[in-house]
Design a protein around this ligand. Structure first.
Ligand SMILES: [Ca+2]
Ligand SMILES: [Ca+2]
Ligand SMILES: [Ca+2]
Length: 351
């Protein structure tokens, strides 16, 4: 054991009691693994009525799909898995999909997914989600993440948190190129999947001679600090015209249930773990403002390390870690993340 890592363990043991006070709560989490939007007895509304307390799956365009797919958001298998020969049923990842390839190649697809209302009590609240467009750069699907502070009618969503660009016509002379710069995208300033197809974790070629990249779910996160003290609605709007198909997964809103002034630094890296409780795989998401070396470990309630990940340098941006918990007994644990000496923890319960 290196001296550095030994110090890390000591620090973690000292740090844990204080860190526990900073535990944030899961305000909304939806991974679609029960093959439904919302949970249990929740009824998903198909029109917003202004003050819904449930999810809303609203087909605002009412245009017919070109391939007999549903006209609104619907449960599907993760794109990446759909290209595999076989996936064990227990490992199936269900996502929410939406088509923009309409009959007659019409523009105007507008599929709204509106989350239940969220009370943002302080500046630590964050929104997380993942998205993957079926293809790109040709016919790349885009979407918008919007906020309303005044009910859930579409016209009330006046704030834009995030925009992913869609491809717009005309196609370049050689439309089967994989060169992102050959295509046009809108709206200006929006994000292009996988940072313009430069992050290989988030796309792949189905066959070596394919002329489009298939998207892999890419994590995103946004601070909701601007809405401290307000009750808001968040909408993910698939507003791409005449493209193909978009998928989203793991929609998560974290925040305090009561006002807190503790540990503002924790909000900066947007550390979240899910699901909680967890069965087999623990997902850890966080965000780095600048490149940093990161060390992580899982500790039992006695402060003993049960799993660790070696120190590694990471580039700036959204980060994901996965811990396999299948060998661990059920019970409570602490995840400790060390970012260049600054430590953050989250409590995790294994079922
Ligand atoms: Ca899922
Ligand atoms: Ca529609
Ligand atoms: Ca388009």
């Amino acid at each position: 054991m290196t001296r550095k890592f030994y110090n890390f363990l000591l620090l973690a043991a000292v740090f844990l009691p204080a860190a526990l006070a900073a535990q944030m709560d899961t305000l909304i989490f939806e991974d679609f693994q029960d093959q439904a939007i919302g949970s249990g007895d929740d009824i998903v509304a198909i029109f917003p009525s202004g003050d819904d307390t449930t999810w809303v799956n609203y087909d605002a365009d009412y245009l017919v799909d070109a391939n007999d797919r549903p006209q609104d958001w619907y449960i599907d298998i993760e794109l990446f898995q759909a290209f595999q020969d076989s996936i064990a049923p227990a490992d199936s990842n269900f996502v929410l999909g939406s088509s923009s390839w309409l009959q007659g190649f019409l523009d105007g697809n507008r599929n709204w997914l509106i989350l239940p209302p969220v009370e943002v009590v302080d500046g630590q609240a964050t929104l997380h989600w993942k998205s993957a467009p079926r293809q790109g750069p040709r016919y790349l699907d885009g979407y918008s993440v919007l906020v309303s502070m005044d009910g859930n009618f579409p016209e009330s969503f006046t704030d834009t948190l995030f925009r992913a660009q869609q491809m717009i016509p005309p196609l370049p002379p050689n439309s089967s190129t994989l060169e992102v710069d050959s295509f046009l995208f809108a709206p200006e300033g929006g994000y292009i999947h996988a940072d313009r197809y430069t992050i290989p974790e988030y796309f792949f070629l189905d066959t070596p001679d394919s002329d489009v990249y298939v998207g892999i779910l890419e994590p995103h996160s946004i601070s909701l600090a601007d809405y401290a003290g307000k009750t808001i609605y968040i909408a993910i709007v698939h507003d791409a015209d005449d493209d193909n198909y978009l998928t989203i997964d793991d929609i998560l809103v974290m925040g305090n249930l009561m006002t807190s002034t503790r540990e503002p630094a924790a909000a900066d890296i947007r550390l979240v773990t899910y699901p909680n409780p967890v069965d087999n795989q623990l997902n850890v998401l966080f965000r780095l403002e600048r490149p940093a070396s990161v060390q992580s470990g899982l500790y039992d309630m006695n402060g003993r390390q049960v799993l660790s990940m070696a120190s590694e340098g990471r580039l700036a941006g959204e980060q994901t870690l996965k811990f396999d918990l299948r060998q661990l007994p059920a019970g409570a644990y602490h995840l400790v993340l060390d970012v260049e000496g600054q430590q953050y923890t989250r409590k995790v319960v294994k079922r």
